[in-house]
Design a protein around this ligand. Structure first.
Ligand code: ADP
Ligand code: MG
Length: 387
């Protein structure tokens, strides 16, 4: 955020609450770079913290009230005390900050008795870029600062945000979203070994660009399909006598495949192959070999398409179009699948015009144009201003 943007946030806070904030925190969204459905199989995933953010400005509230405002919402929500239950209706977004505030207590961390919060964002909500985790982490850092604590170790911050989302919002998300937003580093991707979880970073050159093509389609049975894949994977591990599928290498799985029903063998092959691809991608990034990285991304998509069967016609068509483009290294569906978005890794001369051509080509066969978002890597959640 440049100084003018900080100034305008302070100004808006003052107009809303009649006094100045004491702190502004910022947290980035994230993209699942590679590592599809590996998290609950004990595998690894690479996430990119992206240059789209949620900002939270905050101050204490001397009357002990909880006041929340989002530039996305209609009005200030004011609560005299912890409502104890979930907020419903158009103020339901408040469950994220309230969940964080409650989680601070669960974690034995300091929290203000009352607070005034102002949320601003350039991260589209519900587009698969994890605005929810960014909101949680920015709120956590802002509230800790109001209570006198300067920052929190990224591992703890991620754990706190996930706890808020799992327990107080009721979304059973894994650690990718909060882990990537907390550990993000400009010029890097975040590597997560989900079993720990253990976090590290791998270099990601500034010449590499990410483009999201969001189809906005969502399979009607998405929750059920996700649960089926989850069960298939856990059952396959059990049949093969391992705790989780990521315990196997592709070479170890090959002679065992016949023990599984053909469809389940395909699911297992995807997970084991994907876990290996994350490792290969990290090695290729260490060497700065973006062509190799691109091939691994597209291979990940083909594995989703043919083995895990969590892709769609729309996603496949986008990947086909992108794969042919000379300035694209590779492309894959990002996130759970069964709809959603494709991520492309491109050279730095891939332009808005190139993206528009891909979109037009896609729309000719699919009706509506995809939402296109251009992204680069970014730093993780942090305090960016103190009063
Ligand atoms: P994603 O995390 O992929 O963006 P989610 O459904 O997990 O999608 O989270 C989106 C929800 O997070 C929104 O419906 C809203 O409740 C909350 N949210 C995200 N950004 C903001 C914001 N700037 N202001 C208020 N609420 C937000
Ligand atoms: Mg989310």
């Amino acid at each position: 955020m440049n100084p003018t943007e900080t100034a305008s946030l302070i100004q808006e806070f003052k107009q809303t609450y009649g006094h100045a904030p004491v702190v502004i925190a910022r947290a980035p969204g994230r993209v699942e770079f590679i590592g599809n459905h590996t998290d609950y199989n004990g595998g690894a995933v690479l996430g990119a913290a992206i240059d789209r953010y949620v900002w939270v400005a905050a101050s204490p509230n001397p009357q002990g009230r909880l006041r929340l405002f989002s530039a996305n919402g209609p009005a200030v929500l004011e609560l005299p005390a912890d409502p104890g239950t979930k907020v419903t209706g158009s103020d339901a977004w408040a469950n994220y900050p309230l969940g964080v505030w409650r989680s601070l207590k669960d974690f034995g961390l300091p929290r203000p008795e009352g607070f005034d919060l102002f949320v601003s964002s350039n991260l589209p909500a519900g587009a698969g870029l994890s605005s929810s985790a960014a909101l949680e982490l920015a709120v956590a850092l802002a509230l800790l600062a109001v209570a006198g604590q300067d920052g929190l170790a990224p591992d703890q911050l991620a754990k706190l945000g996930r706890h808020a989302e799992n327990h107080y919002v009721g979304v059973p998300c894994g650690i990718l979203d909060q882990g990537t937003s907390a550990h993000g580093k400009l010029g890097h991707l975040v590597h997560i070994d989900c079993r720990g979880p253990v976090f590290s970073v791998v270099p990601f050159p500034s010449s590499a660009h990410l483009w999201i093509f969001n189809t906005r389609e969502k399979h009607a049975l998405i929750d059920g399909m996700y649960a089926t894949r989850n069960r298939e994977c856990l059952d396959a591990a059990k049949t093969l006598g391992v705790a989780l599928l990521a315990d196997l290498t592709p070479a170890q799985l090959a002679p065992l495949e016949s023990k599984l029903a053909p469809e389940v063998a395909q699911r297992a092959k995807h997970i084991v192959g994907e876990h290996a691809r994350v490792h290969e991608t990290a090695s290729a990034l260490e060497k700065g070999d973006l062509s190799a990285v691109g091939k691994l991304l597209t291979a990940s998509h083909r594995s989703s398409q043919h083995l895990f069967e969590n892709s769609t016609r729309a996603l496949d068509d986008l990947v086909d179009l992108l794969e042919k483009h000379p300035k694209v290294y590779g492309a894959r569906l990002t996130g759970g699948g069964f709809g959603g978005a494709v991520m492309a890794l491109t050279q730095d001369d891939f332009s808005e015009k190139d993206a528009a051509e891909i979109s037009q080509n896609y729309s000719a066969h699919h009706g509506g144009a995809p939402e296109v978002i251009h992204l680069q890597s970014a730093d993780g959640a942090q305090i960016i201003w103190r009063g």
